[in-house]
Design a binder for this molecule. Sequence first.
Ligand code: ATP
Length: 266
Amino acid sequence: MRVAGIVLDGIDVEFAKPGAKTTVRVLDDINLEVAGEEFVCLLGPSGCGKSTALNLIAGFVPPTRGQAAVDGRPVTGPGPDRGVVFQDANIFPWMTVAKNVAFGPSVQGRLSGRELDERVSHYLDRVGLAGFGDHLPHELSGGMRQRVGLARVLVNDPPVLLMDEPFGALDAQTRITMQELLLELWDRDRKTVLFVTHDIDEALLLGDRVAVMSARPGRIKTVLDVPLPRPRSYDAMADPAFVELKNRLFHELRDEERHVHTGEGE
Ligand SMILES: Nc1ncnc2c1ncn2[C@@H]1O[C@H](COP(=O)(O)OP(=O)(O)OP(=O)(O)O)[C@@H](O)[C@H]1O
C-alpha cells in the first residue's frame, strides 16, 4: 500500500499579538517534504514554531501564506488520515484503558462489538499493555499512560502520525523505553511520521532525517540525513556516525539558542 506523504510549500504563519493590531510571524517560508513511510524529526529551540508547524499539518492552524498537503490533498482541517500524539497523553480519566483505546473507532461506528474488542486488544498488546484494559488511567505510570495515548491513535490506523514531544514529560529511562517501542512499532507498520522534539539524541535515534528550525521566526535551517542502520535501538547512540551527527546538531542548535537569548530574529 502506498503511504501518504506530507508537503509544506512556502508556509508562513502569523498570529495576532494580544492587545495589539499587529501580528507576529511564527513560521517563515517553511518548505519541507516528508515522503510516504519516512520518519522526519523537527528539531529546534524553544518557541521556534515546531508545534505550530505540526498543528498546521494536523489542520488545527491555518497558514497565512502557502499550503500544506497530505497525500497530495490540501489540508483544510483535521482528518482521520492524521493521528496526533501530544506530550500529554490526552486520555479520558474516567474511562478504562480499553474504553479509551476503543473511543475513536466506536465513534466512527464501523466495527461490530467483537471486531472492536479484537482491535483494541491487538493494539493494547502492541504497546505492551495486554492485561491492563480494565485499569483506569490514574492507576498507570506516566509511561503507561503515554502507551495508552499511542494505542488510542494507532487503533485508527492513520497513514500519517504527527507527534509533538510525546515523551517530553517522561523520566529518562522511561523515555528511552518509549523511543524503542516507537521504533519497533514503526519498523513493523511503517507510517509517515513527523516528530517534534528539542532533544538531539531523540531526533537522531528515531529519524531518517532531521530538519533543524531556526529561532523565531521559524525557518527550516538545515535538513540532515541520518544514515544509521535500522532496526535501531538505544545502542545506535554509541555509533561513531551518531556521535558525529550529534556534534553537528549541537552546534546548529546552540547558534539558534543564542539568537533566542539575544532576541535576534524577533
Ligand atoms: N494560537 C496562538 N496564538 C498566538 N501565538 C501563538 C499561538 N500558538 C503559538 N503561538 C506563539 O508562537 C510561537 C511558537 O510557538 P510553538 O509552540 O509553535 O513553538 P515550539 O517550537 O513548539 O516551542 P516549545 O519547544 O517551547 O514547545 C510562540 O511564541 C508562541 O507563543
